[in-house]
Design a protein around this ligand. Structure first.
Ligand SMILES: [Fe+2]
Length: 178
């Protein structure tokens, strides 16, 4: 028997769930693009095994919290929605850790989240976090371009600088597994 906390729905279920919760169309399109990008990255990884189902479904659902808010809290709320529905805690973790390059305790406090780490730690969490940074809406961008846009909008804040360093480290780590 599958442990309830391990339930990984299929693609159809994930897309239906987004529709039922009335996710904006733009977010659904973004999520599909992030899933494509995450799969593309994961397929290049040769040195270790990657859970491809988790990559696909996790990416499709990573922004599910945006059905409630577009603020930083959408990460936490997304995790809660999935846990409430009895879906895999691995999916909830993907939601919680996808913001910027992940948030440490200090960052979390700054953006008004409960003070703890929201850092991608598993390979699947890291791949989805990276794929999300490569998708500005539905347009593929480099990490540099993505952060340049944020720097232009919010200034070169410590939060963004730290985040950029973190995602570049994740990118390097993933590339070394290819
Ligand atoms: Fe998000």
């Amino acid at each position: 028997m599958v442990n309830k906390e391990e339930i990984l729905p299929d693609r159809e279920f994930a897309l239906d769930l987004l529709k039922i919760l009335k996710i904006p169309l733009s977010v659904r399109r973004h999520s599909e693009k992030v899933a494509d990008k995450a799969i593309e990255i994961a397929q290049k990884i040769k040195k270790v095994k990657v859970d491809m189902n988790l990559i696909e479904i996790g990416a499709l659902l990573h922004d599910i919290g945006r059905t409630k808010t577009h603020g930083f809290k959408h990460a936490l709320i997304g995790g809660k929605i999935l846990k409430h529905r009895g879906l895999s805690v691995k999916l909830a973790r993907i939601c919680e850790t996808h913001i910027l390059g992940g948030l440490d305790k200090e960052d979390a406090k700054k953006v008004g989240l409960p003070e703890r780490d929201y850092l991608p730690s598993t390979l699947e969490e890291k791949i989805i976090c990276l794929a999300d940074k490569h998708m500005a809406g539905t347009r593929e961008v480099s990490i540099q371009e993505r952060f340049n846009r944020w720097f232009g909008k919010y200034g070169k804040t410590k939060l963004l600088e730290k985040s950029k360093n973190r995602i570049e480290k994740i990118q390097k780590e993933i590339e070394e597994l290819m």
